[in-house]
Design a protein around this ligand. Structure first.
Ligand code: NDP
Ligand code: MG
Length: 402
């Protein structure tokens, strides 16, 4: 996948975020292997300017600020600065790039991911919300253009790696591991009183705020069930979730003979990012290694759907498909935003999602236009949702039967 210079040329969407920063750490450590050709951010222009000073990409794109808001000499001369979503799409389809790392948070990541897939690029996909919202459309586009999508999400990277031990026809099921988040052992009653600070403190992973809250509600695992469904073309009953508090086994694949293949490494995103960058090869890198000279304990326990009803929504939406993914994802993005503004309680997050899902007009094979329209609709509904007037609590059966 490398250029004539021997270096893999990277377009990094979401360069200022947690995944973006880990990706840049890898490039900094291995300049003989990798080169950054373009970077994007939303509004953190000062951070993006620093990145451009160091990595000297050809292009930098900002989607959340305009040229007028920036001082004239903020970016190095050699970097061409562009603004807005159309510029982001053009950059994602950059003919010079060997790989596009899609690391924007939320369904805002769909624009760049879609443009890269449409251009037939190899895509290292961290932005799971793209597959949650539009999985079947993205995967069929990738098939048509020959775009290779390599998962960066650690669980899906683990499955992608474990699948190399057998043929797809020999796969029985995948087992996604979940850390269980900071409230794994909390009783149900206490979850109503979760503070923002508690929810932003993940026991194992250091990530952006949205995915950290998703991990605390276990909505992250719900989104990952849906992501796995489309990425690996699985049935919903071929996906299971097990809580593994140490986050060392990143996921497993069970083959038809009962053999289970797991991928293990310390909880650090640099390994799955680097694997996406070097695939199908492996290279030495800066990811931390497991030390089997010290005692390592691995525990596994079933998830508790009663305390974490968001996970049930993930299985339901993976089973129904259609417009459900787009609606669940958008409702959750707003619920997380409202929770972080102290406008919703922690346990209201899955309640809001349940309620908006139930209220939406379901279509089984939506177009991209419908997916985007329902994303906008679900955001509006979620913003005006009143926790006192809606009393849906547990996942209902109505959706399954429609
Ligand atoms: P962060 O919040 O740390 O970073 C988000 C990035 O996206 C920033 O560069 C941000 O720019 C940019 N961005 C935010 N909103 C927009 C927008 N509307 N349009 C364009 N760009 C935008 O997120 P993470 O790095 O934690 O997560 C990125 C993705 O990777 C998510 O989909 C997440 O689920 C997934 N992921 C993350 C993991 C992790 O360990 N962090 C693990 C597995 C998956 P700015 O700084 O200007 O706001
Ligand atoms: Mg993950």
């Amino acid at each position: 996948m490398a250029s004539k210079s021997g270096k893999t040329r990277i377009v990094l969407l979401g360069a200022t975020g947690s995944i973006g920063t880990s990706c840049l750490d890898i490039v900094r450590a291995c300049p003989e292997l990798f080169e950054i050709v373009a970077v994007t951010a939303h509004s953190s222009w000062q951070h993006l300017a620093k990145i451009c000073e160091e990595f000297r990409p050809q292009t930098a794109v900002l989607t959340g600020v305009t040229e007028k808001e920036l001082p004239g000499n903020a970016f190095p001369n050699k970097t061409q600065l562009a603004f807005g979503t159309d510029a982001l799409k053009i950059t994602s389809a950059n003919s010079e790039a060997d790989i596009v790392i899609s690391a924007i948070v939320g369904s805002a990541g769909l624009h760049g991911t879609w443009a890269a897939v449409e251009a037939g690029k190899t895509v290292g996909l961290a932005n799971k919300e793209t597959l949650v919202a539009a999985g079947p459309l993205v995967m069929s586009l990738a098939k048509a253009t020959g775009s290779q999508i390599i998962p960066v999400d650690s669980e899906h990277s683990a499955i992608f790696q474990a699948l190399e031990c057998g043929h797809c026809s020999e796969l029985a099921k995948v087992i996604l591991t979940a850390s269980g988040g900071p409230f794994r052992t909390w009783p149900k009653e206490q979850l109503q009183h979760v503070s923002i600070e508690d929810a932003l403190t993940h026991p194992n992973w250091n990530m952006g705020p949205k995915i950290t809250i998703d991990s605390a509600t276990m909505m992250n695992k719900a989104l990952e069930v849906i992501e796995a469904r489309w990425l690996f073309d699985l049935r919903e009953d071929q996906i299971s979730v097990v809580v593994h508090p140490q986050s060392i086994v990143h996921s497993m694949v069970e083959f038809v003979d009962g053999s289970v293949m797991a991928q293990l490494s310390p909880p650090d995103m640099k390994l799955p990012i680097q694997y996406a960058l070097t695939w199908p090869e492996r290279k030495p890198g800066i990811s931390p290694k497991l030390d089997f000279q010290s005692a390592i304990t691995l525990n596994f326990e079933p998830p508790d759907l009663e305390r974490f009803p968001a996970l049930g929504l993930g299985f339901e939406v993976a089973s129904r498909g259609g417009t459900c993914g787009s609606v669940l994802n958008a409702a959750n993005e707003i619920a997380v935003e409202q929770f972080l503004k102290s406008k919703l309680s922690f346990t209201d997050i899955p309640r809001l999602c349940r309620s908006i899902l139930d209220a939406h007009h379901y279509e089984s094979e939506p177009t991209l236009e419908t997916v985007v329209r329902l994303d906008t609709w679900a955001r509006q509904e979620a913003r005006s949702w009143n926790p006192l007037s809606s009393h849906h609590s547990a996942p209902s059966l109505t959706l399954r039967t429609c």
